[in-house]
Design a protein around this ligand. Structure first.
Ligand code: ADP
Ligand code: ADP
Ligand code: MG
Length: 677
C-alpha cells in the first residue's frame, strides 16, 4: 500500500478519498485553488499545495503543477477523483513518466473509451450489444442524413467526445436532421474541440442502467452489480439507486458479463462504469428489457456510494489496493447484494427556474445525522465537500452534497430518503432539496415507473410545489418569534433587568392581545392576525380563516407547532426579513413585511430607530452590544391597542437602549441607538 497519495480534485470526492486513505493510514496531499484556500478538502488532508487561480484551467486542470506538487511532497500516487483530469489520457501518461502511480486505468484504456464512436466500434468486436446506429469516421452530412433515415426516427445525435449531458440532440423527423446536426457540431466544437458525431436510435422509454466493474493488474475482473440512474434532468443524473428495480438475476448476469467483456477488451484496471441504455416496452415487464452499451466512464463515478451501500465495500479502498498492485479483494462468487440504496444529488440550483445554478453562502447547512462514509446504523450517509459558512462559487459544479440512504427494501430506502431530505436545512442559496422530496414521493418514482423522461412526465407534481401552506408557515414563524421573545425575557430576568411582572411566555397578561403582521408568501401579501383569547388560547387569523395555535419548544431545539388539527415540528431560521421554515411536511420561505420599521426608516436618518406613534415600550429583544441584521425584531411597542414589532432597518450593532420596558414614549422618540457594524 502507498504511504502517501496526492488527491488531484476538490469538493466531496476529495474528502471522500481522504477519508478512506486515513482509515488505511495512507497520508494525503490536497491541492487547492484561490477559491478553495479554506475549503473542507484542504482541512481533510494531511498536507496541501496551492496550485493556482480559481478557474479550473488555472489550477485543477494544470497537470504540470499537480505533478510538481506530488513530487515536492513525496506522494507516490495520484487519485484523480471524477471530472477534471480523471479521464485525461495525457495526464495519466505524465504521471507515469514522473514516476507516479495514476490511480485509474492504463492510459490506453482511457483513450480507447474516451471517444464514444471509437469505443462503440471496439465494443462491437467484443460482442457487447450496441444501440442500432452509425459510429464510423466518415462525417459527410449527406451520409449522416442517409444513416439517420436508415436507422429510423427518433434518433439521437451525439458528440463523440461529449460528456456531462452536453453535445446531444434528439431528432424527431428527417427534415429536422440537417439543422440539428449543424447545431450539435457547433456545440461539440465549442465544448470539446472536436465535432465528430455518431447517430443512434433514440431508445423508447429508456432507462439508464450502469454496471460497476473492477479489474486488477493480474487479469481478474468482477462486476459489482448495477445502478439505475434513470431519473435525470437534461440528460444528467438526479437520483441513483441500486439494485435496479425489476432487475432479474438472469439479466443482471448478462449485463454484468457484457460489462466485464467491455473492460477486458481494453485491458481495464481499477474502477470503471459501463453505462447501458435499456429499452422496455412496459414498466412492469422486466422480461421485455433490452440493454445496449452507451459508454464507459473510466473513473470512480459520482454515484459509487449506492454500490458501496449494497455490497458493504469501500470502492476507494479497492482502487488504492489495485493501484498498488494487489489483486482484487473478492471474486465474483463472493459478492452479494444487501438491501436497497438510493442517492440524491443535492445541488445549488433552482428547479423552478429551469435548474438554473445558484451561488451563495451556506448560512445554514443542517444535514441529517452526518455519518459520511462510515456506515450508519440508521442507514443515512452524507458525502459533502462543504461546511456551514462556506461559499458555493461559480467556478465549480453546483453539487453541494450527496445524500445516500440504505434500507432493507426499496420502500424502506425511499421513506428514509424522504426523511433525510426533510432534515436537510440549507439557507443562503437555492437548492433542489424540496424538488427531490417531490420526486422521491411521487407516485411514478415510488412505483418504480422509471425512464429518463420521468421528471418531464411528472412535471405538474414536481415543480413550483410546496406541501406547506401559509397557515402552518405563518404559525411556525410566529411561534418562533414568541419563543425568541420569551428567551430574551428570561435572559434579562436572570440578570435582574426587567420588571418582575414580565411574563415568561412572552405574552403580557394585560393590555392588548392582538398583533397584526404583514407577510409575503409565494409572491403575495397576506395579513396575519394573532390574538389571545381568554384562558390564554392563541388564535391565528389568516385570509379570513381562524385557527387555534399552540406551540412548545422541544429538547432538540425545534418547535412543536399545533395549528387547528395540524401539527408540525418546525425549525425556523431568520435571515433578516426572510424566515426559512422547515418541517417534515416541507419547507417554505416567508417574509415579514414590517411596515412600521420601513416607515421609521424613511422618516429618520439611517440607524435611528424611532417610535412610529405614541405608545408604550413593551419589550426589547436585544441588548447593548448585540449584532443585529436587517429586519431582525428589536423591540415590541404597544399603541392603538395593537402590538408592533420594531425591526432593524439595517445590519448593525446595538449601541444603547434609550428606554426601559413599560416607558411611555412620544411619537418619533428614538428607542434604540444602532450603529453600523
Ligand atoms: P457520473 O457519470 O460520474 O455520475 P457526471 O457525468 O455527471 O457524473 O459527471 C461527473 C463529474 O464530472 C461531475 O461532478 C461534473 O461536474 C464533472 N465534470 C463534467 N464535465 C467536466 C469538465 N469538463 N470539467 C470538469 N469537471 C467536469
Ligand atoms: P454523457 O457522456 O453525457 O454521459 P451518455 O452517452 O452517457 O452521455 O448519455 C447520457 C444520457 O442520455 C443517458 O443517460 C440517457 O438518458 C440519454 N441517452 C443516451 N443515449 C440514448 C439513446 N440512444 N436513446 C435514448 N436516450 C439516450
Ligand atoms: Mg454517460
Amino acid at each position: 500500500m502507498f504511504k502517501k497519495i496526492l488527491i488531484a480534485n476538490r469538493g466531496e470526492i476529495a474528502c471522500r478519498v481522504a477519508e478512506t486513505a486515513r482509515r488505511l493510514a495512507v497520508q494525503t496531499v490536497a491541492v487547492y485553488s484561490d477559491a478553495d484556500a479554506q475549503a473542507k478538502h484542504v482541512a481533510a488532508c494531511d498536507e496541501s499545495v496551492y496550485i493556482g487561480g480559481s478557474a479550473p484551467r488555472d489550477s485543477y486542470l494544470r497537470w504540470e503543477a499537480i505533478i510538481e506538487a506530488a513530487q515536492a511532497t513525496g506522494a507516490q500516487a495520484v487519485h484523480p477523483g471524477y471530472g477534471f483530469l480523471s479521464e485525461n489520457e495525457d495526464f495519466a501518461k505524465a504521471c507515469a513518466a514522473a514516476g507516479l502511480v495514476f490511480i485509474g486505468p492504463p492510459p490506453s484504456a482511457i483513450l480507447a473509451m474516451g471517444l464514444k464512436a471509437e469505443s462503440k466500434q471496439l465494443m462491437e468486436k467484443a460482442g457487447v450489444p450496441l444501440v442500432p446506429g452509425y459510429h464510423a469516421a466518415d462525417q459527410d452530412p449527406a451520409l449522416l442524413q442517409r444513416e439517420a433515415d436508415r436507422i429510423g426516427y427518433p434518433v439521437l445525435i451525439k458528440a463523440s467526445a461529449g460528456g456531462g449531458g452536453k453535445g446531444m440532440r434528439a431528432v424527431e423527423r428527417s427534415e429536422d436532421f440537417a439543422a440539428a446536426l449543424a447545431s450539435c457540431k457547433r456545440e461539440a466544437i465549442n465544448s470539446f474541440g472536436d465535432d465528430a458525431v455518431l447517430i443512434e436510435k433514440y431508445v423508447q422509454r429508456p432507462r439508464h442502467i450502469e454496471i460497476q466493474v473492477f479489474g486488477d493488474s493480474h487479469g481478474n475482473y468482477v462486476y459489482l452489480f448495477e445502478r439505475d440512474c434513470s431519473v435525470q434532468r437534461r440528460h444528467q443524473k438526479v437520483l441513483e439507486e441500486a439494485p435496479a428495480p425489476g432487475m432479474t438475476e438472469a439479466m443482471r448476469a448478462r449485463m454484468g458479463e457484457a460489462a466485464v467483456a467491455a473492460a477486458r477488451a481494453v485491458n481495464y484496471v481499477g474502477a470503471g462504469t459501463v453505462e447501458f441504455i435499456v429499452e422496455q416496452t412496459a414498466y412492469d415487464q422486466p422480461e421485455s428489457m433490452k440493454f445496449y452499451f452507451m459508454e464507459m466512464n473510466t473513473r470512480l463515478q459520482v454515484e459509487h456510494p449506492v454500490t458501496e451501500a449494497i455490497t458493504g465495500l469501500d470502492l476507494v479502498e479497492w482502487q488504492l489496493r489495485v493501484a498498488s498492485g494487489e489483486p482484487l479483494p473478492l471474486a465474483q462468487a463472493d459478492l452479494q447484494i444487501q438491501g436497497h440504496a438510493i442517492e440524491a444529488r443535492i445541488c445549488a440550483e433552482n428547479p423552478d427556474n429551469n435548474f438554473l445554478p445558484a451561488t451563495g453562502t451556506l448560512q445554514v447547512y443542517g444535514l441529517p445525522v452526518c455519518t459520511s462514509f462510515e456506515r450508519a446504523a440508521h442507514g443515512v450517509r452524507v458525502d459533502s465537500g462543504v461546511r456551514e459558512g462556506d461559499t458555493i462559487s461559480p467556478f465549480y459544479d453546483s453539487m453541494v452534497a450527496k445524500l445516500i440512504v440504505h434500507g432493507k427494501t426499496r420502500a424502506e430506502a425511499l421513506a428514509r430518503m424522504d426523511a433525510a431530505l426533510a432534515q436537510t436545512h440549507i439557507v443562503g442559496l437555492a437548492t433542489n432539496v424540496q424538488f427531490l422530496r417531490h420526486v422521491v414521493t411521487s407516485t411514478a418514482f415510488s412505483k418504480a415507473e422509471l425512464d429518463t423522461a420521468l421528471i418531464q412526465r411528472e412535471a405538474a407534481a414536481l415543480f413550483d410545489q410546496t406541501k406547506l401552506g401559509l397557515p402552518m408557515v405563518a404559525a411556525a414563524l410566529l411561534s418562533h418569534l414568541m419563543d425568541s421573545e420569551t428567551r430574551a425575557f428570561e435572559k434579562r430576568d436572570a440578570r435582574g433587568w426587567t420588571d418582575p411582572w414580565a411574563r415568561r411566555d412572552g405574552w403580557r397578561s394585560h393590555g392588548p392581545s392582538l398583533r397584526s403582521f404583514m407577510m409575503q408568501f409565494r409572491g403575495a401579501p397576506h395579513t396575519v392576525v394573532l390574538t389571545r383569547a381568554h384562558g390564554g388560547v392563541l388564535q391565528l387569523l389568516i385570509d379570513g380563516s381562524s385557527y387555534a395555535l399552540s406551540f412548545a419548544s422541544t429538547a432538540s431545539g425545534a418547535l412543536d407547532v399545533r395549528l387547528g388539527t395540524q401539527r408540525a415540528l418546525a425549525r425556523v431560521y431568520q435571515m433578516g426579513e426572510v424566515a426559512h421554515v422547515f418541517t417534515a411536511q416541507g419547507a417554505a420561505e416567508i417574509t415579514v413585511v414590517d411596515a412600521l420599521a420601513h416607515a421609521g426608516e424613511s422618516r429618520s436618518d439611517a440607524g435611528r430607530l424611532t417610535a412610529p406613534m405614541p405608545g408604550k415600550v413593551v419589550s426589547f429583544s436585544v441588548k447593548a452590544g448585540d449584532q443585529v441584521s436587517k429586519g431582525q425584531p428589536l423591540a415590541v411597542m404597544e399603541a392603538m391597542k395593537m402590538e408592533h414589532t420594531i425591526a432593524a432597518p439595517s445590519d448593525g450593532v446595538v449601541a444603547e437602549l434609550l428606554y426601559a420596558p413599560g416607558d411611555q414614549v412620544a411619537e418619533g422618540a428614538e428607542l434604540i441607538k444602532l450603529e453600523a457594524a
